[in-house]
Design a protein around this ligand. Structure first.
Ligand SMILES: Nc1nc2c(c(=O)[nH]1)N[C@H]1C(S)=C(S)[C@@H](COP(=O)(O)OP(=O)(O)OC[C@H]3O[C@@H](n4cnc5c(=O)[nH]c(N)nc54)[C@H](O)[C@@H]3O)O[C@H]1N2
Ligand SMILES: Nc1nc2c(c(=O)[nH]1)N[C@H]1C(S)=C(S)[C@@H](COP(=O)(O)OP(=O)(O)OC[C@H]3O[C@@H](n4cnc5c(=O)[nH]c(N)nc54)[C@H](O)[C@@H]3O)O[C@H]1N2
Ligand SMILES: [Mo]
Length: 771
């Protein structure tokens, strides 16, 4: 593949999001990946009732009869899987691991789909073919040799189906550990751990239908034009109905300003578009907790004024009385909170806090959505609880057209958690699992991502198995993480494509190539469907339509079943029978997991079914039996404050984010169209006044170092300075290149998520200008 733009340049984007620009990119993508003509039709079956679930993101589908849901980045994800390129055994024979390590992640991705199981050969420093059966024997031998099952860790990236994920967690628990680090630990964990304390369950409370009734939508820390493009179609419809849409984001993401729908012939032909967001509020990085508290305080003040005037209440007093606990302490804390702290810590002036509060208080049906901008900070859990509390103040939960809407990333990350990928399982879940499968599940909580890396470094994890993903690049503190991976006895990666994690390996290592979701999965001659749960708790079936990339691929479910069979035998579970007929796995899920009654029957209906979310029905599964208000002070002693005590205003807070041309660690191309970056990724966005203060100019190159207190030098070198509309004291750059700057010990309170959107850094004029 050629680089997207031959000459790196910076040029602001002035067009609407999507529109012709997106259609052009689709054509380029299909051409570059050499997607065979026949497979082009596959794209049309994306997210259709009889097609496959798009592996791009977890935004739900319009069902059952929507027209083709166009999505540029969905096409990229599908085309990346349907590529004609292959990483064959001959390719691995030609390239030592050391030589592949010198290639960029972008280049590694270009080698295409893996075709055969491969095992690392230390003598030649290459991967060589291994028979599937030998691979399973090797895994079983390592696992059985460990003196303690807690010395193995089993990672999951959120693309695995419910069937594969359920079989995986059962296998691992029967083996004897709860060590399930997974991508959620780095993603929406603050949501999953934050919401249960307020509303009883860590999931969103809305469905797509609610968007049809909402009059106000607040979008916190999310860039849907790039990461959830199908959401823009929904927002467009809301905007056209007159709904007020607010983006709360340090960046004024252009993709949220205007949108031309590729599905609207009129907009496409007349070059018209729809204005999306009506208001942009730009907090400083990590400022949302203070901002939300300010909005809540303002709503309370207006309610006081309304009471004094004898007007209708601003608070939903009926809801608060009937459904909530803790309001008195909550309001006392709001009243006691000074405005100066809220303004300073949020970086939002009083007038803008007022404007946001007014929009919120005027809304009759408010939906709040959020993404990584809320979840990857030290106070993420508290911020999400504050948002939940703000919504509760006006009864905006469990009502048509209103509610909480965390927008998940990976297409089945929510389903993975539902079926048991959880390092801290509840006793109830384990009890039932043990009863159904007649074994005593391990009770000790397992390691999340950060704990797994620490355990690897200390020699407490010896075997690492990865169901998808790119652990070596997605995780913090890259050099330290790599030391951990390299200290393992065995690393195993179940993957579709070559990535860095396969090259940063243990003493022994396996790459097991698997079918992607777009590919036909035949077992015993019968096509198998798999099920997934989207961000709004809809569960539906997905059938691949493309010819598999290689005749040697196995499905994820079959690989997991074979690992289990080789390691544990099949006395308690007919693993290989499960692999031949996934309906049997679903029957098992039905027995073991709440909410899956009549699983096979219900997925046969177009569109599938909605998994019950109690909070949506105003049933609160909290210890108080109510939705809880939780007061929360604003801390002025965070690592950022401490770094500024040491280095003053020179300390910048760095966020690491996604460009338009990447899927997490997979780099498709080098453009970030809506932010005006072309042909390059090593850029850092900074405020003009900060550049002046630092004596730097746009167009210069800088190196970045982290300000942390453990004596480890963390640096990332060679970034081009780009002047950008970003609050003072904040800078932005792309992930994963910046992960060496994220300290392993810099995590969110209460959920251990790396704070990859608030890292204290210093910028230095580059020691060497990149060639
Ligand atoms: N094409 C494509 N689609 C994807 C992905 C992809 O990489 N590519 N990744 C998938 C995954 S796993 C996920 S989790 C999602 C991620 O989708 P998003 O949640 O959109 O994630 P990011 O791109 O990291 O950026 C989040 C936004 O948060 C803003 N932000 C940063 N810090 C703050 C803050 O302190 N406060 C506020 N209010 N905003 C802030 C940033 O400016 C940015 O606009 O997308 C999924 N979909
Ligand atoms: N600094 C920083 N770090 C971050 C983030 C950030 O914003 N900033 N975001 C975090 C977030 S939100 C997430 S979710 C994680 C993502 O972490 P991961 O989920 O680990 O990473 P991905 O890049 O999504 O994984 C891509 C790889 O998955 C494999 N793959 C693709 N499709 C399939 C499939 O169908 N089956 C199998 N078995 N393998 C497949 C391919 O080999 C591909 O190379 O990164 C986190 N890390
Ligand atoms: Mo994610």
């Amino acid at each position: 593949m050629e680089k997207s733009s031959p000459k790196p340049r910076i040029a602001p984007y002035h067009h609407p999001a999507a529109g012709w620009g997106a259609l052009k990119q689709v054509a380029i993508t299909l051409f570059k990946e050499k997607v065979p003509g026949a497979d082009y039709r596959a794209l049309l079956r994306q997210n259709q009732p009889d097609g496959f679930d798009c592996p791009g993101c977890a935004w739900p589908d319009r069902t059952p009869t929507s027209t083709f849901e166009f999505c540029e980045n969905g096409v990229k994800a599908v085309a990346a899987e349907a590529t004609a390129r292959r990483a064959t055994p001959a390719f691995f024979a030609r390239n030592t691991v050391a030589s592949l390590m010198r290639q960029s992640d972008y280049e590694l991705e270009q080698h295409g789909r893996l075709t055969e199981p491969m095992a690392y050969d230390a003598a030649s420093d290459t991967y060589r073919p291994i028979a599937w059966s030998d691979a399973y024997v090797l895994i079983a031998r390592h696992l059985r040799a460990l003196p303690d099952p807690d010395q193995a860790a089993f990672y999951t990236s959120g693309r695995a189906s419910n069937e594969a994920a359920f079989a995986y967690q059962l296998f691992v628990r029967m083996y004897g550990t709860n060590n399930f680090p997974d991508c959620s630990n780095m993603c929406h964990e603050a949501t999953s751990r934050g919401l249960p304390a307020t509303v009883g369950i860590g999931k969103g409370t809305v469905t797509l239908e609610d968007f049809e009734h909402a009059d106000t939508i607040l979008i916190f820390g999310q860039n849907p034009a790039t990461n959830h493009p199908r959401m823009l179609g929904e927002l467009r419809a809301c905007a056209r109905r007159g709904a007020t849409i607010v983006s709360i984001n340090p960046l004024r993401e252009r993709g949220l300003e205007r949108f031309a729908s590729p599905q609207s012939p009129v907009e496409m032909l007349t070059l018209t578009d729809t204005r999306i967001a009506t208001l942009f509020i730009q907090p400083r990085l990590g400022g949302d907790l203070a901002l939300l508290k300010g909005v809540a305080k303002r709503v309370l003040e207006w309610d006081d004024e309304a009471v004094a005037r004898g007007d209708g209440r601003v608070l939903d007093v009926d809801f608060i009385r009937a459904h909530t606990a803790g309001f008195d302490a909550f309001q006392a804390d709001l009243r006691a909170q000074d405005w100066a702290t809220l303004e300073e810590e949020s970086g939002v002036p009083r007038a803008s806090i007022d404007a946001l509060a007014r929009v919120y208080a005027q809304g009759r049906r408010v939906i709040a959505t959020w993404g990584m901008g809320l979840t990857q900070h030290k106070d993420s859990v508290a911020a999400i609880r504050m948002l939940s509390n703000l919504m509760m103040m006006r009864g905006n939960i469990g009502r048509e057209g209103a509610g909480l809407c965390p927008v998940r990333g990976h297409s089945n990350v929510q389903g993975n958690r539902t079926v048991g990928i959880e390092e801290k399982p509840t006793a109830a879940f384990l009890d039932r699992l043990g009863r159904v499968f007649d074994f005593e599940p391990p009770r000790r909580h397992g390691h999340d991502v950060v704990e797994t890396i620490q355990a690897m470094r200390e020699g407490r994890i010896k075997v690492f198995v990865s169901l998808g993903g790119n652990f070596a690049m997605a995780t913090p503190d890259t050099p330290l993480t790599w030391e951990g991976l390299r200290a393992c006895d065995l690393t195993v990666h179940i993957a579709t494509k070559l990535n860095r994690s396969h090259l940063v390996h243990g003493r022994e290592a396996l790459i097991l190539p698997t079918l992607g979701r777009t590919e036909i999965d035949l077992q015993d001659g019968v096509p198998q469907g798999v099920t997934v749960e989207d961000s709004m708790s809809m569960v539906h079936v997905s059938y691949g339509r493309n010819t598999p990339a290689s005749a040697h691929l196995m499905s994820e479910t079959a690989i997991v079943a074979n690992m289990a069979h080789a390691t544990l035998g099949s006395a308690k579970v007919d693993w290989l029978g499960w692999a031949r007929d996934y309906a049997r796995v679903r029957d098992a899920i039905e027995l073991a997991v709440e909410g899956f009654e009549d699983y096979n029957a219900r997925i046969a209906r177009p569109g599938g079914f909605h998994l019950r979310v109690a909070s949506r029905e105003r049933e609160w599964k909290t210890p108080t039996g109510k939705a809880n208000f939780l007061p929360r002070p604003i801390s002025r002693d965070t690592p950022i404050h401490r770094a500024r005590e040491q280095y003053g205003e020179r300390v910048m807070v760095l966020m690491t984010t996604r460009s338009h041309d990447q899927y997490n660690t997979t780099v498709y191309g080098l453009d970030d169209r809506y932010r005006g970056v072309f042909g390059q990724r090593r850029v850092v966005f900074a405020n003009r006044a900060d550049l002046e203060m630092l004596g730097l100019r746009a167009g210069e190159w800088v190196d970045m170092t982290t300000v942390w207190d453990d004596g480890v030098e963390r640096r990332a070198d060679g970034f081009l300075l780009v002047e950008y509309d970003i609050p003072r004291g904040c800078v932005g750059a792309y992930y994963p290149e910046t992960n060496p700057l994220v300290p392993l010990s810099s995590v969110a309170d209460g959920c251990n998520t790396p704070t990859s959107k608030s890292i204290p850094v210093l910028l230095h004029r580059a020691q060497a200008v990149p060639a």
